[in-house]
Design a protein around this ligand. Structure first.
Ligand code: EPU
Length: 335
């Protein structure tokens, strides 16, 4: 059913009110094709979980929410499985299903808001794992031709919070299903400091994938606001990758500044650390602000506009530029 003048508040995790001229959900390729054919002239926006989006204005076109479901083991041997999931599956529920079946690989990505279909878009990552580490392939609907095209890992051109679907192919494809290569004989990744300390705190010395998942959930819940309670889209900014000379200059004044080398001459700075040092952490302006426990996350306490949050992000970018000579980039899609 097509709805007109639809308030998108319930379908974006920031909880921002903005109107869509037309709104519909689809749960099959046929439904998607029919909807696109019915409104050929309208601008389109495809939503997954709406968890990486800031709406700054009404959308004068057709918003389609992907609800294609499915969980299927398409290959299996002693050591590995290929699991295909519908793009409209809720990411965390999909991860929990994998853990229930003892398929390892995605447990560090527990509790990330959003949908399976959105996960390759920005190569979601947390606690030492990115989806590219377990990604096998995806099926996507090519809007121009109506064909389904398959993409392997190389074709997706994954980078840090990046893929071909955010760049060269932006707006051209709708992801329908994603296949992951997972391990049957659990190998856990507890390299991220916070995970090992959480496991230690829980007295777990030989962790199962469920232990790791539960540790990740506890860490996330202790730092990140639950979008069902406080509107947010996770990290609002990317961690900037800078030349080591930039880090060296910061380190002179802040010997403990976090820095994670990415190659010989470059590394990632922690944007949350920079924002906190600049005094923004926990700053609140009536209905919105910077989260008090994680400075990378901007929050809507209820009733703020996308523009207020966007303007706040611009002020933060300008201030970090001024104080540290580092340019922060937004991670969230602005519309
Ligand atoms: N830090 C601060 N102050 C803060 C936040 C962080 O000083 O307010 C410092 C921490 O103490 C630590 C460093 O910054 O030394 C890194 O912090 P953390 O481990 O919390 O991770 P992050 O870099 O802030 C990234 C991802 C998160 C992901 C975590 C865990 C990005 C943009 N964000 O955050 O992803 O959950 O690592 O792996 O890469 C998301 O993308 O929405 C997201 C939440």
């Amino acid at each position: 059913m097509i709805q007109t003048n639809f308030d998108l508040k319930s379908v974006n995790t920031f909880g921002i009110s903005a109107k869509a001229k037309f709104f519909a959900t689809f749960s099959s390729v046929q439904e998607l094709a029919d909807l696109l054919a019915s409104y050929p002239q309208e601008e389109r926006l495809i939503l997954g979980g709406g968890s990486n989006l800031l709406l700054t204005k009404d959308f004068n076109g057709l918003v389609l929410k992907n609800e294609m479901k499915g969980f299927q083991v398409t290959f299996e041997d002693e050591n590995e499985v290929l699991v295909q999931a519908g793009a409209g599956e809720v990411w965390h529920e999909f991860v929990m299903q994998c853990i229930d079946q003892n398929f390892s690989g995605l447990e560090n990505l527990s509790l990330i808001p959003g949908s399976v279909g959105a996960s390759p878009m920005q190569n979601i990552g947390a606690y030492g794992v990115e989806i590219k580490d377990c990604f096998e392939s995806l099926q996507a609907y090519h809007i121009a031709s109506g064909e389904i095209h398959s993409f392997d890992k190389a074709a997706c051109a994954f980078g840090y919070r990046e893929s071909v679907f955010k760049n060269v192919l932006k707006g051209q494809y709708i992801i329908c299903a994603v296949t992951f290569r997972l391990k049957k004989n659990a190998t856990v990744n507890t390299s991220y400091g916070a995970i090992s300390s959480e496991l230690e705190k829980r007295g777990v010395s030989d962790p199962t994938i469920r232990d790791v998942s539960q540790a990740v959930i506890a860490i996330r819940q202790s730092k990140l606001p639950d979008p069902k309670v406080i509107g947010n889209a996770g990290s609002f900014f990317k961690n900037p990758i800078v030349h080591q000379s930039v880090y060296a200059a910061i380190q002179k004044n802040f010997p403990d500044a976090p820095y994670y080398p990415t190659d010989e001459n470059h590394g990632k700075l922690a944007a949350g650390w920079l924002i906190e040092q600049a005094g923004w952490k926990g700053k609140t302006f009536d209905t919105y602000g910077v989260h008090k426990l994680q400075a990378l996350v901007l929050v809507n306490y209820g009733g703020s506009t996308g523009n207020q949050i966007y303007d706040l992000s611009s002020q933060i970018i300008a201030d970090i530029q001024l104080k540290f000579g580092v340019t922060l980039e937004r991670e969230v899609n602005i519309l």
